[in-house]
Design a protein around this ligand. Structure first.
Ligand code: NAP
Ligand code: MG
Length: 484
């Protein structure tokens, strides 16, 4: 019998009042149960919001330096539990231990970064037209923050939302993705052990439509920070606007790479393939489309196929695995749907495209890394987010055509170019519609101290991480003092 995990509300570990649980399966072997989580209800959410609201006054009066110290303690505890937390995440959603351990390390770094943030300035003094006046700004917490997170970065995303929320004096309720809720509970254990006062951090697990939605609709939740699909994001924005709550959305991507005829093709092919296939392509920042200069199309393609053929697919816990399974049955169905659609629309399936049928893989959601050629930019596989290990190769005549096709898309999260020509690189940086840009680098991956977020349909146009997080998690007060 696997363990049953509880909600954490007002400093106590509690079952849901529904008395029901949801099961978490291992996507590498669905016969294996990872554990059970609470199937919470609106009443559980209300209780957690009440607890966060009650804790708010004393938490916001606590010095940010002291709040930062607690984050530093959480970083130490998180790092001590690296093996346990990484393994839980790998068992829950499939990616490799190298990837989940990397997430724990990043989580620790983010916690330490925001611990320091407790020591940095929160306002400015501004010259007044009346020289007697003191005109200045300060920042205050927004209040109770609802954190809604996806399953694909089950460790880093909850932490990069909770850490800034907490250091700036907000109290938090997290509703993690159901597929990776046990990982989120293990992170909450770290916060609980670090000594955050009761009610400052809370977790409530259960379905998005009930628990997530109740959090979004609750009038005592002052802000929602969300990472996930565009469909759910739109619903959250609409609800938040109606009740005057602040919101922040990080959503999908369809990230292009451009390879010019002067590029280092070994580097370009290696980083294109890792950008597309690592995390089994289940990243908002994954490389999805490659625009390749016609002069080097053939050579680049050969190198891509060679790289892809060397990819070892297997369970995330195996040491030699490069690509784990997809995270769920619905993920597998979506990816297979797009592969079918690509073939129907006339693209050529050059590599992969099938599930793995060997005995050792039959109970998991394993799929081959997949490459399409002869892709038209208007095809679904070139326009829509697949969220799987599928790469589209598209031939172009020059940089202008590549940028035009790359920008002809609803999303604008990240983009990358491979070239040795500085002029081309700057043209790309200036012209491309993307919030995160690389020159001679993988589309995915940005350092945690820098702003993260996308343009167009990829976000609500705010940024997370680094100093940018302050904009969302605080409100500015402008004060004029006239000595009487
Ligand atoms: P999702 O289905 O939108 O779920 C995200 C979260 O929202 C989950 O916790 C989910 O709960 C919850 N939710 C579902 N319905 C809700 C509702 N009606 N009200 C409130 N919350 C609700 O997304 P996903 O499938 O987990 O993640 C994949 C998506 O995330 C992709 O589109 C990907 O591009 C995007 N993503 C973006 C970024 C970025 O930074 N831009 C990073 C990572 C992922 P349940 O799990 O219980 O359904
Ligand atoms: Mg989902």
């Amino acid at each position: 019998m696997s363990d049953t995990y509880l909600n954490y509300i007002a400093g106590e570990w509690l079952p849901s009042n529904s008395n029901e649980t949801l099961v978490s399966h291992n996507p590498a072997n669905t016969k294996e149960i990872v554990g059970y989580i609470q199937k919470s209800t609106k009443a559980d959410v209300e209780k957690s919001v009440e607890s966060a609201k009650k804790a708010l006054n004393s938490w916001k009066r606590t010095s940010s330096v002291v709040r930062g110290e607690l984050l530093r303690k959480a970083a130490d505890l998180l790092e001590e539990k690296i093996e346990e937390i990484a393994k839980t995440a790998t068992l829950e959603m499939g990616k490799t231990l190298v990837e989940t351990k990397g997430e724990v390390i990043r989580g620790g770094a983010i916690l330490r970064y925001y611990a320091q943030e407790g020591l940095r300035k929160v306002g400015d003094t501004i010259p007044s037209t009346d020289s007697r006046n003191l005109l200045y700004t300060t920042r205050v917490p927004i209040g109770v923050v609802g954190v809604i997170t996806p399953w694909n970065f089950p460790i880093a995303i909850p932490i990069w939302k909770m850490a800034p929320a907490l250091v700036y004096g907000n109290t938090v309720i997290i509703k993690p993705a159901s597929e990776t809720a046990i990982t989120a509970i293990k992170i909450m254990e770290v916060f609980a052990e670090a000594g955050f006062p009761p009610g400052v951090v809370n977790i409530v697990t259960g379905s998005g439509s009930e628990v997530g939605n109740s959090l979004v609709e609750n009038r005592n939740v002052n802000a929602i920070t969300f990472t996930g699909s565009n469909e759910v994001g739109k619903h959250i924005a609409t609800t938040c606007i109606q009740r005057g709550a602040k919101y922040q959305l990080e959503m999908g991507g369809k990230n292009p790479v451009i390879v010019l005829n002067d590029a280092d093709l070994d580097l370009a092919s290696k980083l294109t393939v890792s950008g597309a296939m690592k995390h089994t392509g289940q990243k908002c920042t994954a490389t999805s489309r490659v625009y390749i200069h016609e002069d080097i199309y053939h050579d680049f393609k050969e190198k891509v196929i060679k790289e892809v053929s060397n990819i070892k697919v297997g369970p995330g816990v195996a040491e030699d695995t490069f690509m784990g399974p997809l995270s769920s049955k619905s993920q597998l169905e979506t990816v297979l749907h797009f592969i079918k659609k690509g073939k129907e629309e006339g693209a050529t399936l050059t590599f992969g495209g099938n599930t793995l049928t060997d005995e050792e893989f039959k109970d998991g959601y394993f799929i081959q890394p997949t490459v399409f050629e002869d892709v038209e930019n208007s095809m679904a596989i070139a326009q829509e987010e697949i969220f799987g290990p599928v790469l589209c190769l598209i031939k172009v005549a020059n940089l202008d055509e590549a940028i035009e096709l790359a920008n002809d898309n609803a999303f604008g999260l990240c983009a990358s170019i491979f070239t040795r020509n500085l002029g081309y690189a700057f043209t790309f940086v200036n012209e491309i519609d993307a919030g995160l840009i690389k020159v001679n680098g993988e589309s995915a991956g940005v350092e945690y101290q820098a702003p993260f977020g996308g343009m167009k349909a990829s976000s609500s146009h705010s940024r997370e991480q680094g100093e940018a997080a302050k904009e969302f998690f605080t409100s500015i007060k402008t004060i004029t003092i006239t000595p009487s």
